[in-house]
Ligand binder design. Structure first.
Ligand SMILES: Nc1nc2c(ncn2[C@@H]2O[C@H](COP(=O)(O)OP(=O)(O)OP(=O)(O)O)[C@@H](O)[C@H]2O)c(=O)[nH]1
Ligand SMILES: [Mg+2]
Length: 413
């Protein structure tokens, strides 16, 4: 379907910021399969309260739409239900605001039961007020038709829909809560078995998180040049395996003005990642708007309570452009790399492993001959640096996670 991307530029918004945001909306539109044939803007001191654009501009937009036989107008702001309704009435075609575009992408990309429930809750929350608006516009004739089809006396279609939406949200939330609990249990079991070394790949959508996940773990997660390709957190071990084992999680990407409903919904997906001891924040260094994307990601991380989790800043896609020297100077300790270069991926892997090895302790364990059954576990959870034996048993010089070493000690005689 053909679409026009449209926005009002407020005086407080710089040209650079405004253009970057429109470019992003065009990318979002492309992800949804729209063909964007024009971009339509107006400078204004505020949004028109009735229909977002001013009167004259609405007429211009209507003509432009007709000229290009456009089916959808995509607005780069979240607009009110009545603004959307009025604009569509006057200009024709379907009006979608930025929030709806993002919700629609999430809806199409959600494949697991978990992601589908989360997206559905956010979508219903968004649709509620819009249905109310449609019902209000439909007016009294809607009310007059009440009293049939299972509705109680005097309840309008709109009220019925609203009640259905509330019930459906409650139902989905119950399902979701059960899934969250189940995942928590699985997670803590996994952590008990495998120690606590976890790194989460986080960052703006399309930065290359899933590509790095593949490169670091050899897993076949989905990589796609579209926004919000990943909606579910995936967890895999770093390959080749290290001691202790490091688990890597791939997560849902962030975006400017992530709809609030989605922040709340995806918090549980991100919670999994937030239990990581290290966040590898992946940034697309070749994107002209990368500074803004970096800032937005940091803001969302703050918002969901991850402010204090240690960070490793990873500037990716340097093969496509970006100023390596400037990045290093501005962000000491960062990694500048391309996921396409094996050597670079190896450097990232080393930096991750080095982080977890800093948390390691070095000590000597005595393993009497009578306790040899613990031998396998020691080798699994620690790196054995040296081994000597005498008549009583073996002395093992080990390096391992402090908690894992403590657990082993408690079990040794
Ligand atoms: N040139 C180049 N392209 C890359 C690099 N890393 C990733 N890409 C490409 O960037 C696009 C997005 O990569 P993904 O790994 O799917 O990005 P993501 O961060 O997981 O995106 P979401 O799941 O949408 O949040 C794909 O087309 C990748 O092939 C890189 O270092 N260099
Ligand atoms: Mg991804």
């Amino acid at each position: 379907m053909r679409a026009i991307v449209a926005a009002v530029q407020l005086p407080s918004v710089s040209d650079v910021e405004f253009d970057a945001s429109l470019t992003e909306l065009r990318q979002l539109a492309k992800t949804l399969g729209f063909e964007v044939v024009a971009t339509f803007t107006q400078n204004r001191s505020g949004f028109d309260s009735a229909a977002y654009f001013g009167t004259g501009k609405r007429e211009e937009l209507r003509l432009l739409r007709e000229q290009h036989s456009v089916g959808a107008i995509l607005i780069d702001h979240e607009i009110s239900p009545s603004q959307a309704f009025n604009l569509a009435e006057e200009v024709g075609g379907e009006v979608m605001d930025r929030t709806m575009v993002i919700l629609e992408i999430f809806h199409r990309h959600a494949s697991s039961r978990f992601a589908r429930a989360q997206v559905e809750i956010a979508r219903l929350g968004y649709m509620g007020p819009r249905l109310r608006e449609a019902a209000k516009q439909a007016g009294p004739k809607d009310r007059a038709r009440s009293g049939t089809g299972g509705r109680s006396g005097g309840e309008s279609h709109g009220e019925l829909d609203r009640r259905k939406i509330r019930d459906r949200i409650a139902e989905l939330q119950t399902d979701l809560d059960a899934m969250i609990l189940e995942r928590k249990t699985q997670r803590s079991r996994r952590q008990e078995r495998q120690g606590l070394a976890r790194v989460a790949l986080v960052g703006y959508t399309n930065a290359g998180k899933s590509t790095l996940m593949r490169a670091l773990t050899g897993s076949e997660v989905l990589v796609a040049n579209k926004l919000f390709a990943t909606l579910d957190t995936t967890v895999r071990a770093l390959q080749p395996e290290t001691v202790p084992r490091v688990l890597v999680s791939d997560t849902v990407g962030f975006i400017k003005n992530l709809p609030h409903g989605l922040v709340a919904s995806f918090k549980s997906t991100l919670d999994e990642a937030l239990e990581a001891s290290l966040l590898a924040h992946v940034v697309d260094a070749s994107d002209p708007g990368f500074e803004r994307q970096l800032a937005v990601t940091e803001e969302v991380l703050d918002e969901i309570g991850a402010k204090d989790v240690p960070r490793l800043l990873v500037f990716n896609k340097i093969d496509r452009g970006g100023d390596e020297a400037a990045l290093r100077a501005k962000h000491p300790g960062c990694i500048v790399m391309s996921a396409k270069r094996e050597g670079d991926v190896a450097r990232l892997r080393e930096a991750i492993v080095a982080f977890f090895q800093r948390e390691l302790v070095e000590t000597e364990l005595f393993l009497p001959w009578s306790a040899q059954k613990l031998r396998g576990e020691i080798f699994e959870s620690c790196q054995v640096l040296e081994e000597r034996a005498d008549g009583e048993g073996a002395f093992l010089r080990v390096r391992g996670d402090a908690a894992a070493v403590k657990r082993l000690r408690e079990r040794l005689p």
